[in-house]
Design a protein around this ligand. Structure first.
Ligand code: IDP
Length: 144
């Protein structure tokens, strides 16, 4: 029997394809990477994120200097909200997304291949099991 709690059950992560991904027509390409890796789309929805939802999603950042322009950006057009499932999906998605500052993201990552900004960096992925639970409850309450 495995003693690794992470490996014991498929995990879920909340992923947001931000407005730049939709605007630039990269939704299919990004989803294709996740699917090709073996991650499963459990739920997906095109969302017009309003200021309230942005504030709740980024609750830990609302006091930061970078938040006002980030809020403007995430509300600037439709995003695609995705619930992904798979073995260690939270860490796998974070690795596939690449560094937050896309200018420093490694080639082969989503940000490292297709973005060049520390704000408009195409994707969000939950950063921990606790964040995933909070974000899934916020974005996909039927799956919480
Ligand atoms: P993450 O998306 O890689 O988890 P976080 O630190 O949680 O990174 O930041 C959330 C989002 O806020 C980033 O994805 C990016 O869009 C934006 N952001 C973070 N730091 C900066 C910054 O220094 N300048 C501008 N935008 C930032």
């Amino acid at each position: 029997m495995s003693s690794d709690p992470v490996a014991a059950a498929p995990q879920r992560s909340f992923v947001l394809l931000k407005p730049d991904a939709v605007r630039r027509g990269l939704v299919g390409a990004i989803l294709s990477r996740f699917e090709s890796r073996g991650l499963k789309i459990v739920a997906m929805d095109l969302r017009y994120v309003d200021g309230d939802l942005a504030d709740q999603h980024y609750a830990e950042h609302v006091e930061r200097d970078f938040y006002p322009p980030l809020r403007t950006f995430v509300t600037s057009g439709p995003s695609v909200a995705v619930l992904l499932e798979g073995d260690q999906v939270i860490e796998v998605v974070r690795t596939m997304n690449g560094a937050t500052d896309a200018r420093k993201a490694a080639p082969g990552t989503i940000r490292g291949d297709w973005a060049l900004s520390n704000r408009e960096n195409l994707v969000h992925g939950s950063d921990s099991a606790e964040s995933a639970a909070r974000e899934i409850a916020l974005w996909f309450p039927d799956f919480a």
